[in-house]
Structures are given as C-alpha cells and as structure tokens.
Design a protein around this ligand. Structure first.
Ligand code: SAH
Length: 358
C-alpha cells in the first residue's frame, strides 16, 4: 500500500469514529486513543463542524459568562504545575475579605454577571464557618444568581454545608484520569483516589459538577488523554474545563513545553460530541497562548467564558502560570473586551445564570 492510500484509509477510519461519537456520544478507551493519535487536520475540522452544530442547536449563539473571583492565593498544597503552591516563596500572598468579595459581586452584577465563581488555593483560613457565612451573604443579596465554589478538596460534610448555604455548582478538575500520570503531577500527599472520591461526593450532594484537565501537561500521552475523555463520558459532569498547561517559572516544570493550541481545540470539539449540552469554558489559559485563543475555543465548541472580577490590585498575584492575560484590566473592561471578541465571531454574551440545558 502506498503512503497516500494508507493515509486515506486512516482518514476514513478516524472520520467514522468521529461520526459515531457525534451520534452515539461514546467510544471505547482504545478508540479515543486511536482518534487522538491518528487524526489529521481535516479530521479536526470535521470534529469542529459537528461540535459547532451541536453547540448552536442547544445554546444558539449565546455565550454564558461567569464572574471569577480569585479570593485567596494561599494554598497548603504543592501541585507541581501550579505557581501558587505553598513552597513557592516568590508569591506575595493575599486574601480578600468578605466585604471585598461582596463588592466584587456588586460590580459583577451591575456588569451583567449572574454567576459568581469563588476560586482559590486550599487556604485553611477559609474554614467551613467562614465559607458558609460568605456563601449565605451572596445567596441573600443575589437570589437570582448561581454561586460556584472552586476551592479544592474538602470533606463531604463541608461540601454539604456549602451546598445548604446556597452554593449551586462546584468546580474540581480531576486533573488527569490516569493514576500514574496523577502521581507525576502531584506530590505524594495528594491522591488520585481522594480527588475521585471528592468528585463523587459533590455529585451525590446535588451540585452541578465541573471536572477538567490540562492539555499538554508533563508526562501526558495520547493514552492518558484517552482516559480523560473516557472518564468524562462515564462521569457525565455538567461542566468541563480544559486549557493548555503553561509552565510557571518557579515550579519544577519551568522548562517544560506548553500545551498546544490545536490539540486543546480538538479536545474541546470532542468534549462537545461526548456530551452535547456540556458547559465548556473557553479558558483564560487558552487566551494566554494565543491572542485569539478564547474566540477559537468558542469556535471549536465551547460556550462559556469566565472573565476576572477580582480587584486589579491582586490579579497579578494569582499566578498559576506565566504571562496570564487580563491581569491589568478592570472588570468592566474585561466584560466589554469579551463582548467585542464574541461579537467579532458571531456570538454574544448573555445575561443569565447560564444553567445547563437539559
Ligand atoms: N485549588 C483549586 C483551584 C485550582 S486553580 C482546586 O484544587 O481545584 C484551577 C486550575 O488551574 C487547576 O485545577 C489546574 O488545572 C489549572 N492550573 C494550575 N496550574 C496551571 C498551569 N501551570 N497551567 C495551566 N493550568 C494550570
């Protein structure tokens, strides 16, 4: 068989698998691996068109927005990839007060945000009691808004207490669905099983749950990525956040390569085919590796953006990775910049809670 023939055959096989994903929304682990390994640029384009078709069918040309409040960069953990890990002494640490957080919400509400995402490192200062108090205040002041929490691993009781206080959604990226790969990315105190257990608790309690992973993190292979896709297919989260891994200069991964744009975009399209109504953000990390990364993410099938609502004075300090964008802009600038970006590609930001469409 000459080379041209073999590539044509390959191509039709991958197209067949992508078409099957489009209609049945599932593949086997080895089929995912095959798709990732053998896809051509044309296959990527094919997946993209099918993904956009689903996205338009379910969410039209609306883009959901969430106001992200990065309220603490203190963290007790040492995830090897993350710039705010506790052993990084170059970081200037900060915590927002409850009043700071509420004024971010006030500004956000005025700008049209109806979901607030409280994200932070695993900061022991924010006990259950303090979190519950903050969540209750936001719930009371903004009954028409969704509250999303993203503060890592806690006990089932803590998750339940936040939920009872009024939190609706929880973001906890699974980071990688491959146990060995998990151990490359994390120190031995952190466990793959614990992370999975937490995701199970969140679902059981009744949260809308978000998982996710980085693309191109050190040690990642097509096999580990296939495991990620297979995990998402089985777990059926409401949300899934993915973005390229970007090295941070003071971590042990400082010299590693960043994740690829085209690979991230292809994975976004596959996620849309796995679960057509999935809430998929076009992430800041994607916007960091390419000036039009977030637009490209929406064009690949994503339907959510999460601009920063944190006070400008702290934005540079929440440095998970290098060269993060939007760290000098006011919240209003972020919203209007994104508005323009989305309308430049025929989409528009919407002002509502942005719940999953069933
Ligand atoms: N402490 C919370 C929030 C973590 S920050 C938690 O444990 O869930 C949110 C996400 O940023 C992480 O889950 C991780 O996937 C991503 N992230 C961290 N460092 C990164 C890096 N160097 N490049 C790209 N993404 C990174």
């Amino acid at each position: 068989m000459d080379r041209e023939n073999s590539s044509t055959n390959n191509n039709s096989r991958i197209r067949e698998l992508i078409s099957r994903l489009d209609t049945e929304h599932r593949l086997s682990l080895s089929e995912y691996e095959e798709v990732l390994k053998n896809r051509t640029e044309e296959d990527e384009k094919f997946a993209q068109e099918l993904a956009v078709k689903w996205r338009k069918k379910i969410y039209g040309n609306g883009v959901y927005t969430r106001g992200l409040i990065e309220f603490t960069n203190y963290c007790k953990n040492n995830c090897h990839y993350c710039g705010i890990q506790s052993s990084n002494h170059e970081v200037e640490r900060y915590r927002l007060t409850k009043e700071d957080i509420l004024s971010c919400c006030e500004e956000g509400y005025r700008l049209g945000f109806r979901t607030f995402v409280l994200q932070g490192g695993e900061d022991p200062y924010f006990t259950d009691e303090r979190m519950v108090d903050i969540i209750k205040s936001i719930r009371k002041n903004y009954p028409d808004c969704a509250i999303t929490i993203s503060i890592g691993e806690r006990t089932k009781e803590s998750y339940k207490a936040f939920f009872d206080a009024g939190a609706d959604r929880y973001l906890l990226r699974h980071e990688t669905a491959d146990r060995e790969h998990y151990n490359i990315l994390h120190p031995k105190e952190l466990s793959f099983d614990k992370r999975r257990e937490c995701l199970g608790y969140l679902k059981e309690i009744g949260y809308q749950v978000g998982c996710g992973f980085m693309v191109g993190s050190p040690g990642q292979t097509y096999h580990t990525l296939a495991e990620d896709l297979y995990f998402i297919q089985e777990f059926q989260p409401e949300m899934c956040g993915i973005g390229p891994f970007i090295p941070q200069h003071s971590t042990i991964f400082a010299d590693k390569k960043q994740g690829e744009l085209s690979e991230t975009l292809f994975l976004l399209s596959l996620l849309r085919l796995i679960k057509p109504n999935l809430l998929i953000p076009s992430t800041t990390a994607l916007g960091t590796i390419h000036p039009r990364g977030r637009e490209m993410g929406i064009d690949a099938g994503a339907n959510v953006v999460m601009p920063n609502l944190s006070p400008v004075s702290v934005r540079k300090k929440y440095a998970l990775y290098d060269n993060k964008i939007c760290t000098g802009d006011e919240s209003a600038q972020c919203r209007s910049c994104l508005n323009q970006r989305m309308s430049s590609i025929g989409y528009e930001l919407v002002t509502n809670r942005g719940d999953i469409k069933k």
